[in-house]
Design a protein around this ligand. Structure first.
Ligand code: NAD
Length: 484
């Protein structure tokens, strides 16, 4: 692709310009330059994608699990063969360190296809014998039809494929929209799908703004299910549009996750992992532990050691191997994060390291860089402790008792994930039962087994992805009762 080439929609296995010929700029966060343009697709493009998906569905929904499995696994292999190309595109588009895209984003996208390629061959439904009534019930799990998948910018291909793979494995045809902020790897995925032999129209990728393209997908009367990952406010809007049309909805939304540290933990492991759980991907992972609560007896020691380690993280150009913290995804996002650091100061938060000033990286002065920032907060009720910042910013504060920290952990509107550091088994069980979050990690962070249910409670979302949960979401259950 040349420097300023316009990317295209992928509809019916072909690359097409948007019907309206409207485009939006695509920025490179590492240097602030516009490096490409993406279609701002309208409802006409979505309609075209829908027609192609609808006609593909007739065949695809009747293919054997083995046939689908082979294609999904082939896509996975091709992604692995093209790892470097995809990792470079992801890093350039998002600002994340190239090393991270190579190690996490692209391998995980490949795993998503391999996992669901295998999972579909093991997917089974139930039967219930009505003993004494002389009847047998069996449940069919049928693909829904044409479904919509909408994903965010933080883990672009990783989350895009986490939806697409189960949707097509289950026999649906898909209209997918990546974030307009990071469209590049989704664009490249089309080529891979053609090479893997995915029939035309099974996957259609339309690019554009949420308010135009996303809205057209969500409000399309015949797209029967929407799997969405993104912000809570967008999720609420989508629910308002989709609910009166009785669409099936899976919403994976924002988080403000607690990282709870008891004095009896494995200190070194906790310290090293807490640096990662705070700042990996510039803190732009919905699972990052952005509220750190530390038992009072080790608070001062932790504060000193943690800040010392965070100061060693190198902010730099994403392609440098020494870079720990790359660029934030966009200028507006950089400004939002910096504003929260200013709010923290007004709320009597103490900036222990980092700050709201843009970091200058030599030769890339216009890039969107911020230093990892640790804020000591006087109360858990301040805005920086309650609102999702989604950047390289964490708060820390001490606690005295299990009850106190449990209350603070649960006293936010979100409930996505929690990390708990302790070696006390009974406490682990007590707290895990009471924490209001969809995922609890004990003495680890972001350890993912793709069979497990993934999702949040409260304002972090509705529904679960992962394993058979995803295959259940992308199928409708139909019970057949036969009297004999
Ligand atoms: P966003 O809500 O702004 O956008 C997400 C996607 O929705 C994009 O593709 C966007 O174009 C689209 N969109 C926006 N408005 C739309 C509309 N009216 N109709 C249909 N689609 C629309 O979120 P973002 O800024 O891209 O991502 C950051 C957010 O995502 C954070 O809140 C983060 O916590 C959340 N997130 C959650 C998870 C999870 O698994 N729970 C994972 C990653 C990110």
């Amino acid at each position: 692709m040349t420097k300023m080439e316009k990317i295209k929609n992928y509809i019916n296995g072909e690359f097409r310009n948007p019907i309206s010929n409207k485009y939006v700029d695509n920025y490179n966060p590492s240097n602030g330059e516009i490096y490409g343009q993406i279609p701002n697709s309208s409802s006409e493009d979505v309609e075209l994608a829908y027609s192609s998906a609808k006609s593909a569905f007739r065949q695809w929904s009747k293919t054997t699990f083995e046939y689908r499995s082979r294609i999904l696994i082939k896509i996975s292999e091709l992604l692995e063969e093209n790892l470097e190309r995809f990792a470079e595109a992801e890093s350039k588009d998002n600002g994340k360190p190239l090393s991270l895209a190579r190690k996490i984003d692209i391998p995980r996208a490949a795993s998503n296809f391999r996992f669901f390629g295998n999972a579909i061959t093991q997917f089974a439904s139930e039967s219930h014998e009505s003993v004494g009534e002389g009847a047998i019930n069996y449940t069919l799990r049928q693909p829904i039809g044409v479904v919509g998948c909408i994903s965010p910018w933080n883990l672009p291909l990783y989350l895009f494929t986490w939806k697409i793979a189960p949707a097509i494995a289950a026999g649906n045809c898909v209209i997918a929209k990546p974030s307009e902020v990071t469209p590049m790897t989704a664009y490249l995925l089309g080529e891979i799908c053609n090479e893997a032999g995915l029939p035309k129209g099974v996957l259609n990728i339309v690019h554009g703004l949420g308010t135009t393209t996303g809205q057209a997908i969500v409000s399309h009367p015949d797209i029967k299910a929407i799997s969405f990952t993104g912000g809570t406010a967008t999720g609420a809007h989508i629910a308002r549009v989709a609910a009166p049309m009785f669409k099936k909805l899976s919403l994976e939304l924002g988080g403000k996750n607690p990282n709870i540290i008891f004095a009896d933990c494995d200190y070194e492991d906790m310290l090293e992992t807490s640096v990662r759980s705070s700042f990996t991907n510039q803190g732009q992972i919905c699972l990052c532990g952005s509220r750190i609560f530390v038992e009072a007896s080790i608070y001062e020691r932790f504060k000193k050691d943690f800040v010392e380690k965070v100061k060693q993280l190198k902010v730099g150009h994403p392609s440098e191997t020494s870079t720990d913290i790359g660029a934030l995804v966009s200028k507006p996002h950089l400004e939002k994060v910096a504003e929260y650091i200013e709010i923290a100061k007004q709320e009597n938060g103490k900036i222990l390291c980092g700050g709201s000033d843009r970091v200058t990286v030599k030769n890339f002065e216009e890039g969107y860089y911020l230093a990892p920032t640790v804020i000591e907060v006087p109360t858990d009720e301040c805005r920086v402790n309650q609102e999702e910042i989604f950047g390289p910013v964490v708060t820390i504060m001490p606690f005295n008792t299990e009850e106190e920290v449990l209350e603070m952990a649960n006293k936010v509107k979100y409930g996505l994930s929690t990390t708990l550091w302790t070696s006390d088994l009974k406490r682990t069980m007590r707290m895990s039962n009471q924490l209001q979050s969809g995922i609890v990690w004990v003495n680890t962070w972001m350890m993912r087994d793709l069979r497990t249910p993934f999702g949040g409670v409260k304002a972090s979302g509705v529904g679960r992805e992962g394993g058979f949960e995803a295959l259940r979401f992308f199928t409708d259950a139909k019970n057949v009762c036969i009297k004999y």
